[in-house]
Design a protein around this ligand. Sequence first.
Ligand code: ADP
Length: 266
Amino acid sequence: TKDQWEVDPAELILGQEIGSGQFGLVLEGSWRDRKVAVKMVREECMSDEEFKEEARIMMRLSHSKLVQLYGVCTQHSPICLVFEYMDNGCLTDYLRERKGSLSQDILLGMCLDVSEGMAYLEMSNFIHRDLAARNCLVSKNNEVKVSDFGMTRFVLDDQYTSSQCSKFPVKWSAPEVIRYCKFSTKSDVWSFGVLMWEVYNEGRLPYENRTNAEVVDSLNAGLRLLKPRLAPDSVHLLMEWCWKEKPDDRPTFGLLFHELASLSDA
Ligand code: ADP
């Protein structure tokens, strides 16, 4: 049928609230005998019509290292997005809760998982635009998956969408994104470098005590985040490669995946 992405509300059972995000509440639920996470989208937060169009593309993206969108429920307000359920929650919290107990293999494995999901998005010519540990989720068997890809385009709050404003994720953004909102797979690669830094700092906030304006100044002066204590030189080199000023000088996700995989075999 033409509405393959439409979830029948009669098949969707809603449960407890598990979080709240940019667009509204997130509930646990079940759909066709599987556990799901349901994002209830407050109308004033999202440009609806554009999103419905895009949801079709997002549903075609399917990979073991991406949080799967199963469908959307658009018949009633609020619109609901039905996702694969991720038992271990967001990566930032997961890292913080396990601080001091994560082995080198596990830290590297997390970066490898994310690079694999991102290599798939790269191949699919899909730009994430908001890659960060907070937008990755952890499954029951501790796999890390990329979530929320492409979603910032539908946020109507301009506090979030303009780089001059308070909620814009400046600390994860490439210089060309901060300067001219030029998003690309290479700006995702920059953000991936910051995500690796978060992983090896066990969920610490990057540039903790600095304002966005101070971060911009230090980037312009050529400064970068410092090597995390837990990061081997080989991993730190990859981070720095992601933070090259010129997008073309940064690696592809395909290459990053390959490099991280060879480190994990070593
Ligand atoms: P938004 O992207 O709209 O800001 P989030 O994706 O951050 O919202 O969701 C808020 C919280 O809801 C997350 O931190 C996480 O705890 C929970 N959550 C979101 N998606 C899922 C999911 N697929 N499985 C389990 N929990 C989820």
